[in-house]
Design a protein around this ligand. Structure first.
Ligand SMILES: Nc1ncnc2c1ncn2[C@@H]1O[C@H](COP(=O)(O)OP(=O)(O)OP(=O)(O)O)[C@@H](O)[C@H]1O
Length: 254
């Protein structure tokens, strides 16, 4: 089996006339955790959204599980994916957003089971049984019948993680999953993420939580102004950065 889950080669993305990603090269190994760090506006979220096909890559190639994002290859030529193919390819990755976006009129359980039933066409009984296991996994086994408004922000984010897992994604993408939370609720979400990492989930995490990044990452990627300045294990990128730009950023945030 190929060991690479995400491969980016020269990925470029512009909004209007402004180029936000200026040629990203990056590899994410299957079963590993990669944290993307860097100053505000450096393109971390945009890159994550490209991996999940929420943004279209303008140039370069981006593969998830060896599948080229956004294009299919026929007779040696690349063709843009049709919307249906796009929707299918997006299922490879589950995304957890800063704001949990749970459906307010549905119970916790309904929030988790609706997509597997309606998007994947799976049986309600089977998916409901799995949802209970997922709720236990995020420490909320007894809250299936609650509505999102009855839960704290940290609990809602843990439900959002369970909802993403219910689609059985090949990798999980997290976009600053704790930055909308009260500080005392951050730890409970990070603990769930740590347990997923220990269970071997492939994860790409945009985060400002450098303690978490240091503890959990196999790879830290420092991005600045649309490029990868430095990538490597935490001991190198956080402990002994080679690039002056990395050192300057860390001296401000550590
Ligand atoms: N849909 C869009 N249209 C126009 N500009 C955009 C769009 N999305 C992002 N941008 C711009 O792209 C730049 C990079 O944004 P991005 O959110 O990727 O950065 P980031 O590194 O994740 O920053 P932060 O840490 O603040 O979330 C920003 O200047 C942002 O304003």
């Amino acid at each position: 089996m190929n060991t690479v889950m995400v491969k980016a080669q020269g990925v470029r993305k512009r909004f209007g006339t402004t180029e936000i990603l200026k040629g990203i090269d990056l590899s994410v190994e299957r079963g590993s955790v990669t944290c993307l760090i860097g100053p505000s506006g450096s393109g971390k979220t945009t890159f994550l959204r490209c991996i999940n096909h929420l943004e279209k890559v303008d140039a370069g190639r981006l593969y998830v599980d060896q599948q080229l994002i956004g294009y299919t290859e026929r007779n040696g030529r690349l063709h843009e994916m049709k919307p249906r193919q796009t929707a299918r390819s997006r299922l490879n990755a589950g995304m957890v957003f800063q704001r949990f976006n749970l459906f307010p009129h549905m119970t916790v359980l309904e929030n988790i089971v609706e997509a597997p039933i309606h998007v994947l066409g799976r049986s309600r009984d089977e998916v409901t049984a799995e949802a209970h296991v997922l709720l236990d996994r995020v420490g909320l086994g007894n809250r299936g019948q609650a509505y999102p408004r009855e839960l704290s922000g940290g609990q809602q984010q843990r439900i959002a993680i369970a909802r993403a897992l219910a689609m059985k994604p090949k990798l999980l993408l997290f976009d600053e999953p704790t930055s909308a939370l009260d500080p005392e609720l951050v730890g409970e979400v990070l603990d769930v993420m740590k347990s997923l990492a220990e269970a071997g989930m492939t994860m790409v995490v945009v985060t400002h939580e450098l303690g978490f990044a240091r503890e959990v990452s196999d790879q830290i990627v420092f991005m600045d102004q649309g490029v990868v300045v430095e990538a490597g294990p935490p001991s190198e990128v956080l402990g002994n950065p080679r690039q002056e730009r990395t050192r300057a950023f860390l001296s401000k945030v550590l």
